[in-house]
Design a binder for this molecule. Sequence first.
Ligand SMILES: [Zn+2]
Length: 277
Amino acid sequence: MSEAAWSGTAAYSHPQIVQEVHEDYIRAGAEIIIANTFGTARFMLEAAGLGDDFERINRDAVVAALRARDSAADHPVAIAGSMSTLPPNFDVGAYPDPDRERDAYLELAALLAEAGVDLIALEMMQDVRHASRAMEGALATGLPVMLGVSCRRHPQNDDIVCFDVPDLPLTRPLDALVGKGPSVVNIMHSELDAIVDGIGLVRDRFDGFIGVYPETGDFQAPDWNFDKSIAPETLVAHARHWVKAGARLIGGCCGTNPEHIRALKEAVPELETIMQT
Ligand SMILES: [Zn+2]
């Protein structure tokens, strides 16, 4: 983890480990893996003192995923490039001006596409201004785009709100972004008990594929505490409800590991039966 750029510098410092992590997920049955580019926009890497290595870090992150697919896949695997709107140093007052911010997303998306990703995964889209700029960059590649929104229940009134912004209803980014042309809308890094309602809010606005990859456990910077993560079979139990509610792509975000993916993979025949009923 970087103090300024989340895990964005990992492909620079530990490319082999990044590749091995991808391989573990592919062997567990993952059909889409997401390259480690969540925190690698130019302005994030500049905050980490690595702006000059922007191109190398992003290429290395995609190469780690491509190599993992080459070495571990015995089934079709798509590689997504991740894009977030994390601010430099996690300080919402530190974003570059809107034009530079937009240019940074265009630059990152174009590089990911050129490096060989099959699609773009926008992740943690919440604040509509920043998310719209990121989406513009992702769509400019011409690749399929997965729009990832993140939700939880408001602690007081039970509304479904953006994960990091409890005053922002989930409907705000959905209303602003689902009409722009994503191929998939993912409820990602979201609280387990908010997801069925979140799927409903997406379905009200979107006819395409809906995905879910939740968070679980307990993050204590800079590490995730897996002791409190749900068991793989509990994830499968939740997935039954998500498929019933309309989800067609299921996975795991923070706090999940390859065992969760393996359990989901083994449950696919059952989940397909639920889909057909
Ligand atoms: Zn996550």
